[in-house]
Design a protein around this ligand. Structure first.
Ligand SMILES: Cc1cc2nc3c(=O)[nH]c(=O)nc-3n(C[C@H](O)[C@H](O)[C@H](O)COP(=O)(O)OP(=O)(O)OC[C@H]3O[C@@H](n4cnc5c(N)ncnc54)[C@H](O)[C@@H]3O)c2cc1C
Length: 418
């Protein structure tokens, strides 16, 4: 998409992802001319993949953020879920909410979310979108900023909003390439690493389980200490454990492994059968309990079906580690189910950026004003979204942060340009 704006831009926006597009929409709709530079051949590629193509657009529950979680809370105290909702309503998007505060477009299509942003920008004469513009350098000059793209093109404007996201999901545009130019301007970086990605575990004990989905409570231990716990549907793969609940543990697993601690994953399947969890004192069970009756029924049916097909002595072969299978042979289903607790796997790694939904780390938030996202070091520079040292839990928190930071930065650009 390449459109000429009639006016010299007041702001350059680097990155045509969630926060860059939202900021461009707001600025353009208030008459502020902007030029948006996107390195890919089209904008919003990652957005299209969010929420499995449904786009979990925000979460209306209590904020769950890591990295500089306080900064995220300060941002959201200035632009809360209601203001984010109003922004989307002004673009004509209708949403609905699922349990756990998960909000989706009512059409259940991420494409509609992107269309709302794109159509607003296409209808505006105030926004020029330049795709294939991979920014490699940022310089300050008397007029504000000059940024250089890989093809040698130079773009200039008094203000600069950097919304380049993080290095997660490179096939969808994820890249840390703008971090170095921003560090060159004096900003500090908290090293990035994959977050929200599957866990690589020893697979010997769970061989034969690939493709099986089981409702479970998961607890991550680093050394002897329980670090984090989640619940949901765990997916057995040929390399380890996936599923959103496992992905939420990747951040802490990565940290433990970096510190060279033994990291283990305790999988507890007992709640699926209505049994008290043995290990999971620290859990918030709300989400799981809401789905427990259905999950319990599914697991019960699955166990009964297995017994019918394989016979009691073989019922757990290929379903559980052999040792556990030996323990449960001959037991009635409820008793056998108790033995499903405490499957413990060594975590040997986490999948890389390729399979991550977010990156931990990023630009140090201490260098930015949470009310405006303006740099405290470089006048006229704003940074929004995942490029900052904030990462959220699954469930819409990352996009919520992207929208909120974009709204606050755009408001400040608008007010300082009038
Ligand atoms: C598969 C997947 C599913 C997800 N699902 C959800 C979900 O349902 N809910 C949720 O809240 N979060 C979800 N996330 C996370 C969420 O998509 C991101 O946190 C969010 O998009 C970050 O927004 P952003 O604007 O900061 O960056 P991005 O949306 O990543 O946009 C950054 C843009 O900048 C461009 N760019 C980067 N560097 C340069 C450069 N040097 N020059 C020019 N352009 C550049 C990129 O190509 C990209 O288009 C998901 C992520 C993935 C990968």
């Amino acid at each position: 998409m390449r459109r000429q704006s009639k006016n010299k831009p007041q702001a350059l926006i680097i990155g045509g992802g969630a926060s860059g597009l939202a900021a461009a929409c707001l600025c353009a709709s208030r008459g502020i001319p902007v030029t948006l530079l996107e390195k890919e051949s089209r904008v919003g590629r990652k957005l299209l993949a969010t929420g499995n193509g449904r786009c979990n657009i925000w979460n209306s529950g209590p904020p769950v953020y890591y990295g500089d979680g306080d900064f995220a809370k300060r941002v959201l105290s200035r632009c809360d879920v209601n203001q984010v909702k109003s922004f989307w309503e002004s673009l004509g998007l209708v949403t609905y909410e699922e349990s756990g505060g998960l909000v989706y477009p009512v059409t259940r299509q991420a494409a509609v979310v992107l269309d709302c942003l794109r159509l607003r920008l296409e209808a505006s004469s105030r926004c020029e979108i330049i795709t294939g513009a991979w920014v490699t350098g940022i310089r300050r000059n008397e007029g504000g900023f000059a940024v250089t793209a890989k093809d040698g093109a130079v773009y200039e404007a008094p203000l600069l909003l950097a919304a380049p996201g993080g290095p997660a999901a490179p096939k969808l545009g994820g890249s840390g390439s703008l971090l170095m130019p921003l560090i060159g301007l004096g900003h500090r970086l908290i090293p990035t690493r994959p977050a929200l990605c599957p866990l690589v575990t020893d697979t010997q004990p769970v061989r034969g389980l690939q493709g099986l989905r089981m409702p479970a409570r998961l607890c991550l231990k680093a050394g002897d200490q329980a670090v984090t716990a989640t619940s949901g549907e765990a997916l057995f793969t040929d390399y380890g454990i996936s599923g959103l609940c496992a992905m939420q543990l990747a951040r802490d697993a990565g940290e433990g492994l970096e510190k060279q601690m033994p990291v283990t994953l305790v999988m507890d399947f007992s709640p699926a059968l209505g049994l008290a969890p043995q290990y999971m004192g620290r859990l918030n069970p709300d989400d799981f309990e809401a789905r427990a009756p259905e999950s319990r029924q599914r697991l019960q049916t699955m166990l009964e079906e297995r017994e019918r097909r394989l016979g009691r002595p073989y019922m757990y072969l290929g379903l559980l580690p052999r040792l556990m299978a030996e323990r449960v042979q001959g037991l009635a289903i409820p008793e056998a189910a108790q033995c499903l607790t405490g499957l413990e796997l060594f975590v040997t790694g986490i999948k890389g950026y390729d399979q991550a939904q977010a990156a931990a780390g990023g630009l140090d938030c201490a260098d930015f004003d949470p009310a405006t996202l303006a740099s405290r070091l470089v006048p006229g520079l704003y940074v929004t979204g995942e490029a900052l040292n904030v990462d959220g839990d699954c469930g819409g928190f990352n996009l919520l942060f992207a929208w909120a930071t974009a709204i606050l930065a755009a408001r400040h650009i608008i007010s300082s340009s009038q």
